[in-house]
Design a protein around this ligand. Sequence first.
Ligand code: SF4
Ligand code: SF4
Length: 503
Amino acid sequence: MSCLNRLEDLDDQALQSSVNSPQTPQLLTSASVGNDIKGNETDCDCACSNTPFAIAIINPQDTSFSALPDTYTIPLRQGYQLAFSPFAPAGPSVLNPAAWQRYQIFHQKPQPLKETIDHELAQQNLLVPTGHQPQIQPASPDQLTAWLHVTNACNLDCPYCYVRKSSAHMSLETGLNAIENLFAAAHRQNFSQLKLKYAGGEATLHFSLIQRLHERAMELAQKTGLALREVVLSNGVALTPAMVNWFEATQVRLMISLDGLGAVHDRQRPNKGGGTSFSQVMHTLEKLIQPRQIDLHLSVTVTGASAPYLSELVQWILSHDWPFSLNFYRQTPLSADHKELELEESAMIAGMQAAYRVIEQAIEQPTAPSLLSRSLVNGLLDKVQSQAHTHTCGVGQTYAVITHTGQIAQCQMQLNQPVSDDLDSYQLLPALAHGPIQNLSVQEKSECQTCTYRYRCTGGCPVETFRVTGRWDVKSPNCAIYKTLYPELLRLEGLRLLKFHGC
Ligand code: SF4
Ligand code: SF4
């Protein structure tokens, strides 16, 4: 069997792999395909993890290597196998039959690294020096992320919302002050980029404020040399053609929440009178956005109530070829009475599995959607990511929430529990580090220590774990869901790699 080369699509590393003959051991990795940072980064109404770590470089003096026992493997098709080491830098690897055969030799007996494929397997930490585990070395995060809470107002009345609604909104003075201090803090701490999330409530209800803050942020980015990334979080209900033109002109990312088709969306995202918002969101997506070049991302909140219908939504999104993420509902004090939203384990697993089957069918289509150019292990299972990391999110380290009054909170779920009233750039990060949320490293969560997926899941959202268990140092209450679904996502990623390489 051989891979059909898609030379026009492949970068150097992928090309190197694909031109080998079928008898040559061949390794396909997620790192070689779908590595575009902007296109590959998913968005949700949460803080992204940005505390990467490096894995110690193999010592060339080591003479004996073995297969890492703690590795997940699964056959794909036509003799191709997927292998995923907990210490893989990014995503799983796909081995062709010759590579798999070579890999098996290291299972039987420790060997020195002799062939090219041996070194490639070692780079993915599938082979490690005999008797040793790869060492984790903390690396400096490069991005400061800030949630700018533009307004408490909203035109919808979603049962899972964590915002206590009011007409209060951020003043221009507070917004400008926040942006200036965020740039100063990022610059002082040697971050190379700042990401601003304009959110609420419904941020587009104060669109001129967003525009003014964006202009100032652009000026400061130019002045400081910091890379700037921005996203507006919206329910998609009240966007006008003029607003959408602005998104096209600025290429500021637009994230729209879409939880289902028709009544499924309306039950989770009703307007204030309890009526439909779905038809307005559809109008925005299909009439205003689709004809334009917008950096759009759809964020799907999956609840116990919507999980059974998730596959229909995913099918619809894939037919429009839009990037999306699947995020799990988290209970808030405001949503506690809505028992139907709770994540019943078997319903969640069944709903997500049905959605993954739809994605698998899309991968196998002759004209697969642009989904093929992005890693599937990012954004399709709540906070689980493909890149190895130690903390579920940036809370306490690289994430700031600025309330509409200019106070600082650790997480948007704790808008009413600010940790400081002082926006001063010197105080910003220390205040965030000493707030009540203990965002521990996965290495401090005892139950996660032997989990193969520990550096992708990292134990789940700390606020949710503490809400359910009263502890910060234990595994997520959604652990069984993650453990069941992550291997399935790895398999999907393996199929994507095969398809991309024409195998
Ligand atoms: S919460 Fe569960 S799946 Fe996640 S790292 Fe911990 S043990 Fe693994
Ligand atoms: S603590 Fe939880 S809800 Fe808050 S940013 Fe982190 S993952 Fe998201």
